[in-house]
Design a protein around this ligand. Structure first.
Ligand code: PEP
Length: 246
């Protein structure tokens, strides 16, 4: 089945007001190369989102997190409906840095996913094992996938497989491993939502993707795109990643 491909930038806590130049350069690159092989999404810090969504046409934008309620006494939090109201189409949920530093657990992630879907945002749901969990990877991934609801528009969920030990470390699983793990993730999805529905979900790889390794990762049969951290902050590198689809 032909699935939508995605090239997603996770800026994390990087970027200031002048980062609009970076977005414009990427936008120009997409226009110049007439890129149509993947959807390009940038997830910058919250403070930049409303500026970006007003201007750009070819790029879509997403938040890096959302609260599970629409509003209330939750100082420092942003809701899915707030993201939607400023023109976001996507939100990252369950990034390992939030699981680790904000202690986000599956019960809360489940609610966040429901809230994002209710606000008509597409969810980029991050899953992946820590280094110490490699031997029981399948169990870890199965329990993370269990946080997904069973009844949703299946094209509204994008899975990003990001082994925690590969994020920002320069270490990447072998190509064979990536392909096999993605197949296993699809089997886990099939168990939960059925074979046909599982085939509609794009599964991206994330973790130390860069301008050099993107092309071989993107050409794997089970990879439907990439989620890119560090390399997404450099225009030439991110542009090269965008150009790496066959
Ligand atoms: C990420 O933070 O989602 C990520 C994949 O980071 P990096 O590309 O820097 O490893």
């Amino acid at each position: 089945m032909k699935r939508t491909k995605y090239t997603i930038a996770n800026w994390k806590m990087n970027g200031l007001n002048n980062s609009i130049k970076l977005v414009k350069s990427i936008e120009n690159h997409i226009k110049k190369t007439k890129h149509s092989k993947s959807k390009i999404i940038i997830c910058p810090p919250f403070t930049l989102l409303s500026n970006f969504t007003k201007i750009e046409k070819k790029i879509s934008f997403g938040g890096q997190d959302c609260h599970y309620l629409n509003n209330g006494a939750f100082t420092g939090s942003i809701s899915a409906s707030m993201l939607k109201s400023i023109g976001c189409k996507y939100v990252i949920i369950g990034h390992s840095e939030r699981r680790q530093y904000q202690n986000e657990l599956s019960k809360e992630l489940k609610l966040k996913i429901k809230s994002a879907l209710a606000s008509n945002l597409k969810v980029i749901y991050c899953i992946g094992e820590k280094f110490s969990e490699i031997k029981r990877r399948n169990k870890v991934l199965a329990s993370q996938i269990n946080s997904l609801p069973t009844n949703f528009k299946f094209k509204s969920i994008i899975i990003a497989y990001e082994p925690v030990w590969a994020i920002g470390t320069g270490k990447v699983p072998s190509l064979n491993q990536i392909n096999n793990i993605h197949s296993k993730i699809r089997l886990l999805l099939a168990k939960k939502i059925g074979h046909n529905n599982s085939n509609k979900i794009s599964i991206l790889y994330g973790g130390s993707v860069n301008a050099q390794n993107a092309s071989e990762i993107l050409n794997l049969s089970q990879v439907d795109g990439v989620l890119v951290g560090g390399a997404s902050l450099k225009v030439p590198d991110f542009s090269k990643i965008i150009d790496s689809y066959k």
